[in-house]
Design a binder for this molecule. Structure first.
Ligand SMILES: [Zn+2]
Length: 488
């Protein structure tokens, strides 16, 4: 997306053809009671969904269920404290060394890996998420649009696109903003302070009520500002989209001052996620050397477990499996317990061609961590590698009863059906995955293929027919809504 942030595919996602990018950032006006703007939660969600289709195709998309599960755990712990309980959130990571995070309409919140690595504590990371959550719950983007008198879906989509463009390339975003006829850049900058202050204030409340250290917000933003000075005119992306004034810092300081000091230890998961991201940075050799050096010099803040885990991940990436196994042995010796260690152990076995051992590890881990999606995904992959597709299909069927909205599991089920040569079921499962990601035309196409496959029984055929009718109706409804939004 860095190369084509205003790509047509994104715009076509909503079947809206004429979009003028408007404005860069989330600095938005305070409209008080007109909080919702003119957009229904469903409309905001669909705009966010269409932007997400594009983000998932971006090479920077970090398709790691453990990292996103972690972000969602922290994010949902914070958003559960919000008064706006109806809002759904989805948190995701992008592989990008710059310090940035951003919120899309509909509750989609992206975080750069660089920002996760720059956070000195879990509370610091949580403070950024809390700030973004507050932009969403206050409908800041929608309020900016309605203030400008352009209550159109196109404007909100264009704003979302512009924020994405600002993610890594300020010049492009600026160009996009200048080209827009709607919200003047100047207005946007004037209004931004109120919204930033509101997001800080509400974010601090979320942080405090969910048990994080509220000082995390002050310390992280201060560090961001310092690094901004080093960058001269090229401030970190986060400061471009969330302008940080001395006034804002002072405000935050005042709110934090006098509150009881609270030491909040970082979770092991936070440390493991950071180690995993660090192990993927630079060359694999560099990553190995860094973890080795820090272990040797004992120069690390958190636990030895996280360092050993990071070294094992770096070794795995480097292709040195015996050395990775050795670190795994150290983790076992330290009696470190985490589902992330189990998936690592299974992956190591798989890489060495020992699929049955990977199956055994994940089968043992699954009842211990029934809610860990990465374990469930890993188990299906391992069962397929061990040539046990029947068991894999049984597992996906049971699993989807509990997690019917898990698109990734539907994809794994489609893959398993394809191994079994069941074409109707394969396309039906793939259709569900597409439908869950808002790709209705693609879902219809898969259901068409399922209908024509000719290898289903009567019951399966009628299920597919019914689903196809539903999806065609949804496609027609969405096209109609998009036409109306365009005319508005
Ligand atoms: Zn902000």
């Amino acid at each position: 997306m860095k190369q084509h942030p205003l790509s047509c595919a994104l715009i076509l996602g909503l079947a809206i053809l004429s979009v003028t990018p408007l404005s860069v950032a989330e600095g938005l006006p305070d409209l008080g009671e007109v909080a919702q703007g003119e957009f229904s939660p469903a409309t905001e969600r669909r705009i966010g969904e269409s932007v997400m289709l594009e983000i998932r195709r971006d090479p920077a998309w970090l398709d790691d269920p453990e990292v996103s599960a972690y972000l969602n755990r922290v994010g949902n712990r914070l958003s559960a404290q919000s008064e706006e309980s109806r809002q759904d959130f989805e948190f995701f990571a992008l592989r990008d060394p710059t310090l940035n995070a951003f919120a899309m309409p509909g509750g989609y919140i992206g975080v750069h890996s660089g920002l996760i690595l720059a956070a000195a504590s879990e509370s610091e990371l949580a403070s950024v998420l809390a700030h973004e959550i507050s932009h969403v719950t206050q409908h800041h983007m929608a309020r900016l649009i309605s203030k400008s008198g352009q209550g159109q879906v196109t404007s909100l989509l264009a704003l979302a696109v512009a924020i994405l463009a600002a993610r890594s390339s300020p010049d492009l975003a600026m160009g996009a903003a200048m080209a827009g006829q709607g919200v003047a850049v100047q207005n946007q900058l004037n209004y931004s302070r109120d919204f930033e202050r509101e997001a800080d204030r509400l974010g601090l409340g979320l942080l405090e009520r969910s048990g994080f250290d509220i000082r995390g917000m002050g310390s992280f933003f201060e560090r961001l500002q310092k690094s901004g000075r080093l960058y001269e005119n090229n401030a970190p992306g986060y400061l471009r989209t969330h302008p940080l004034t001395t006034e804002r810092l002072a405000d935050m300081g005042n709110r934090i001052q006098g509150r009881p000091y609270k030491q909040v230890p970082d979770s092991l998961e936070f440390q493991l996620v950071r180690a995993k991201l660090r192990a993927q940075e630079g060359t694999s050799r560099d990553a190995v050397t860094e973890f080795e050096t820090r272990l040797r010099d004992r120069s690390f803040a958190g636990s030895e477990t996280a360092m050993r885990y990071g070294l094992a991940q770096a070794r795995l990436r480097d292709g040195n499996f015996p050395a990775a196994e050795k670190e795994l042995g150290e983790l076992r010796r330290l009696k470190s317990v985490s589902p992330m260690i189990e998936t690592l152990a299974a992956q190591l076995r798989l890489k060495q061609g020992d699929a049955p051992a990977a199956v055994a590890i994940l089968r043992a881990a699954q009842p211990r961590y029934p809610q860990e999606r990465a374990i469930a995904y890993g188990l299906v992959e391992a069962l397929l590698a061990a040539r046990l597709p029947q068991e894999a299909i049984r597992f996906t069927e049971d699993d989807l009863l509990n997690y019917p909205a898990d698109a990734r599991m539907h994809v794994l089920q489609a893959k398993t059906y394809s191994v079994l040569g069941k074409r109707l079921q394969q396309h039906r499962a793939q259709a569900e995955a597409y439908a869950l990601q808002g790709q209705v035309p693609a879902a219809v196409e898969q259901l068409d293929l399922a209908q024509k496959s000719g290898d289903g029984n009567f019951y399966e055929q009628s299920q597919v027919d019914a689903r196809l009718r539903e999806m065609k109706k949804r496609m027609a409804d969405e096209a109609k809504q998009a036409r109306e939004a365009k005319q508005k």
